[in-house]
Design a protein around this ligand. Structure first.
Ligand code: N01
Length: 869
């Protein structure tokens, strides 16, 4: 064997950091795969989170029957949970039971901290150093170090001066603490505090809670394991666990399909009350499908919980201070409690609101807060810091991890984690993370997400070995795509609005980026499976003498578009091109009726105008802004491939454009094919534009300020009208806004090849449209292929939006380029991750909104330029 390509023996195949839920399963899984494995664990026992977090009241917040392993079917019979939400000691007993049963401790080295990990690229192995000074080599290195295990550094002045007892919820003394008769302070009101406060209050002589940001907490309603839940699991365990794996949060859950704003107040309150009674962390925010997306919907749930807080807490000022108002409910981790709010009704418990009286310092005897111009000092015997964690990335970057060329992971992640699927990071071959940042992790039942990651990692290693390979690493392209997708998902939700640990916002100086993947466990699992099925898409797999790489990005459409495509695929709707035009029109109208209504506008007027044949009356719908007129006027042409659609079919888009552009929008119909073939639509569009120009004043418009706009075939009509107005004596147009225009009859374009199937507008459908509208020999006529006009010089300025996943993308791009080449002022936007139909979906797809805003902005600019001229 070539010396350079030598793959020497390593001490171990796999080294794991941590012996919690993840590390223990990894040890088992690696053994099953015939891999040598060792886990290094800082603690002197198994348990991870459940080893360290021994504060009073510590429990899981996912029901124990769900929060357990599913990989050992026997375990399901051997272990019986005593409560819905097991206590920390019971969960730790469970993990010890599993460790005993499978003799896992044999491969765990306790009381050993991993301090450094260096990738040796020549030898293709990791060199791991531990705090006992030993270096151990391994081929694969797995951080199973937990998402909430690295405590946040204390950022309160004077903390080291306090003479009394100090405790940290995340590092609680194993022997327990007795607060009987003591004056105790708790700093923080996250889950750890909310669980421990009622118990500390039951012992302490005085309890003072220092709250910076109130949290939303729901009653856990702990008790015996639910009968219904137990029988659901027992009746068919495999099916139950399967449905958990393919659920959005890792727990089988009914998914609401309606909006909180689409129901009556009574119905909404009834559903919230049911969720409040349910005693789970997921039921309230999944009560409607838009609670984490739409601020107004979210506010209804937030106010519901605030009303509960006010009804429980007797002192109105304390109740108000406990009511969160500064972030949407659910965007900070919801808490589950037992008597948390009730505790504030006890005489010896008080709340100090740090928003009005911030801590100035901790002193020898207690805590000083700023109080108006003065200060108030509180004296304590003990202070409990429940101040949280450097979540998701803290434990990973706490180890000095040096990848290829010595790059330090913490430097590479300085502006936020860079991962592919939250499993690996480019430049760090064979380094895996279990429930790493940018995977669902903390947004899910961790037990389910841990198992998925461990299974994926083990399978990846087995795949390498089976193929004579030994190294796996994501490509930069795939990783960048995943980081973008993760951020895109966050951006359609309300999560970025909260200063939460999900956003890294709880740790001073930490970059503010969303840390977990918000697309859900089921979708994420599907994506991971898809990556494997597509030859480990986005991973480079290497061996001693070869490398295999199928580079690419796994999720490229915008997340809301992705959800839409998934829904449509699930519904199995027929495509228009399988119908007759009459059926297609009826089907299109039925689908449009299900769309959200557009925004209110000042006025809507329906009317008719003459078609170019002098016989037919064409319908139009006029949208007038609520602002005082007269207004500039935009003639709008609807989409529908010259075959379907009408003056009202793009109603929501027209309303949106009307409001945002502050112009009158006249959506005009045109005769449709196949009844009226080419050039009927073009002729009607031109005739309608002339008619609107002549009647501008009567329509509430300012004469001379006229633009055209359209979508798809309507944008084709608009482009043709602009050319004819230039060539046939007006009217004078100040601009044209073309959204995904048809500009040419040539299908031999990359965008047709890439996007001709799977993105709603298909090549087959475009063929159907063209065939209905225009004979093959007429297709080069600029009245249907405006790109083929002899000259584009002198056309009005244009705004063109083309969509990345649209068969029409390249002909739109070509038109924008050709206009610019002809000296026409063009603003061209390529809408990343959008499909042909997504930007018109006002109220349904959020990610189209910026493009609609740009279109409206362009119209305003056109009109403003006319006035200035
Ligand atoms: O930590 P947290 P946690 N001065 O970050 C406050 C999981 N968990 O340990 O919000 C004053 O939520 C801070 O205030 P603010 C669960 O996922 C699960 O409670 O930053 N206050 C906040 O109130 C949970 O979400 C369970 O303004 C300061 C608190 O300290 C996650 O772990 C149980 C401060 C920290 O709350 C973390 O929960 C426990 C300062 N300088 C935990 N610094 C289960 O039930 C911070 N705070 C399974």
């Amino acid at each position: 064997m070539n010396e350079q390509n030598r793959t020497p023996d390593v001490d171990l195949d796999v080294i794991v950091v941590g012996a919690g839920f993840a590390g223990l399963y990894l040890v088992h899984s690696c053994r099953q795969a015939g891999l040598s494995v060792r886990a290094f664990e800082t603690g002197d026992g198994v348990g991870g989170t459940w080893y360290w977090n021994r504060y009073p009241g510590a429990r899981c917040d996912v029901q124990s029957i769900d929060y357990q392993y599913s990989w050992d079917p026997e375990l399901e019979h051997e272990w019986e949970w005593s409560e819905r939400y097991a206590t920390q000691p019971e969960i730790l007993r469970y993990l010890n039971f599993v460790a005993d049963k499978h003799d896992l401790r044999r491969d765990v080295q306790f009381s050993t901290r991993v301090e450094g990990a260096v990738w040796d690229d020549a030898e293709r192995l990791w060199r791991i150093t531990t705090d006992d000074g030993v270096e151990t080599t391994c081929r694969y290195y797995v951080m199973a170090s937990g998402c909430l295990s690295s405590m946040k550094d204390l950022d309160i002045a004077g903390a080291e001066r306090f003479d009394g007892e100090t405790y940290y919820t995340g590092r609680w003394p194993h022997e327990g603490v007795d607060f009987t008769g003591k004056r105790v302070a708790v700093i923080g009101t996250g889950s750890s505090a909310i669980q421990s406060i009622p118990i500390i209050a039951s012992q302490a002589s005085e309890l003072t809670v220092f709250q910076r940001t109130p949290n939303f907490s729901l009653p856990a309603r702990n008790g015996p394991v639910d009968d219904a839940k137990r029988s659901a699991v027992e009746s068919d365990r495999d099916a139950y666990r399967h449905s958990a794996r393919w659920s959005s949060v890792g727990v089988p859950l009914e998914q609401a399909t309606d909006s909180a704003l689409a129901v009556s107040d009574e119905a909404r309150l009834a559903r919230y009350e049911q969720a409040w009674q349910d005693g789970t962390i997921f039921s309230l925010t999944s009560a409607y499908n838009d609670l984490l997306l739409n601020p107004a919907s979210n506010e209804t749930a937030a106010e519901f919980v605030r009303s509960k807080i006010r009804s429980i807490v007797q002192d109105p000022a304390t109740a108000e201070a406990l009511c969160p108002t500064s972030y949407p409910i659910g965007t900070k981790r919801l808490c589950l409690d037992t008597n948390y709010y009730e505790t504030f009704n006890e005489a010896h418990v008080r709340l100090v609101d740090l928003r009005s009286t911030p801590i100035s310092e901790i002193t020898e005897s207690g805590i000083d807060v700023v109080d108006g111009d003065g200060a108030t000092s509180y004296e304590f015997d003990a202070i409990v810091f429940a101040t949280g964690f450097d979540a998701m990335t803290g434990a990973i970057v706490a180890v000095d991890i040096a990848g290829r060329d010595g790059a330090q992971l913490r430097d590479v992640w300085a502006d936020g984690p860079q991962t592919y699927l939250g499993l690996m990071s480019h430049g760090f071959p064979n380094l895996f993370m279990v429930t790493g940042p940018q995977s669902p992790s903390v947004m899910s039942n961790m037990a389910v997400s841990i198992e998925q990651h461990v299974d994926w990692i083990t399978a990846a290693i087995e795949h390498l070995r089976a193929n004579g390979l030994d190294t796996i690493e994501p490509t930069q392209l795939a990783q960048d795509g995943w980081v973008t997708h993760t951020n895109d998902f966050a951006d359609i939700t309300l999560f970025p609005q909260a200063n939460s640990w999900y956003m890294g916002a709880n740790v001073p100086g930490k970059p503010r980026v969303v840390l977990p993947y918000l697309g859900g466990v089921d979708r994420y699992r599907g994506i991971c499976d898809q990556v494997v099925e597509r030859d480990h898409l986005g991973f480079e797999l290497r061996g001693a003498d070869r490398s295999v790489v199928n580079d690419g990005v796994v999720c490229r459409v915008q997340p809301d578009v992705m959800i839409l495509l998934e829904m449509m695929a699930e519904m199995g709707l027929p495509s228009f091109d399988t119908m007759s035009p009459v059926e297609a029109r009826a089907f299109s109208e039925a689908m449009s009726a299900a769309n959200p209504p557009g925004p209110e506008v000042g006025d809507v007027v329906d009317g008719t105008l003459p078609a170019a044949d002098g016989v037919t009356e064409l319908a139009y719908r006029l949208y007038r802004p609520a602002t005082p007129g007269p207004h500039p006027v935009t003639v709008y042409f609807h989409g529908g491939g010259w075959v379907i659609g009408n003056a009202t079919s793009d109603d929501a888009l027209c309303r949106d454009l009307c409001n945002q552009s502050d112009s009158v929008i006249v959506s005009v119909d045109y005769r449709h094919a196949p009844e009226a073939r080419f050039p009927a639509a073009a002729d009607d569009g031109f005739a309608a534009t002339r008619w609107v120009a002549e009647h501008a004043e009567a329509l509430g418009g300012r004469p001379g300020e006229l633009a055209v706009a359209g979508w798809s075939a309507g944008a084709n009509v608009a482009a043709v009208v602009a050319q004819r107005a230039r060539d046939e004596g007006g009217p004078s147009l100040c601009g044209q806004v073309l959204l995904s225009p048809v500009t040419d009859c040539d299908f031999d374009r990359e965008s047709y090849r890439e996007n001709g199937d799977g993105y709603i507008l298909t090549k087959a459908l475009m063929t159907w449209f063209w065939d209905h509208y225009v004979d093959v020999e007429d297709r080069s006529d600029p009245r249907v292929s405006p790109l083929r006009a002899e000259s584009l010089v002198g056309l009005p300025p244009a705004m063109i939006v083309t969509c990345e996943f649209d068969p029409l993308r390249d002909e739109g791009n070509a038109y924008a380029e050709a206009l610019a080449d002809a000296g026409v002022s063009v603003r061209h936007v390529v809408a990343r991750g959008q499909i042909h139909t997504s930007i018109v979906a006002v109220g349904a797809l959020l990610t189209g909104a910026p493009y609609r805003a740009e279109m409206a902005e362009a119209l305003r600019g056109f009109f403003a330029a006319t006035v200035t001229a």
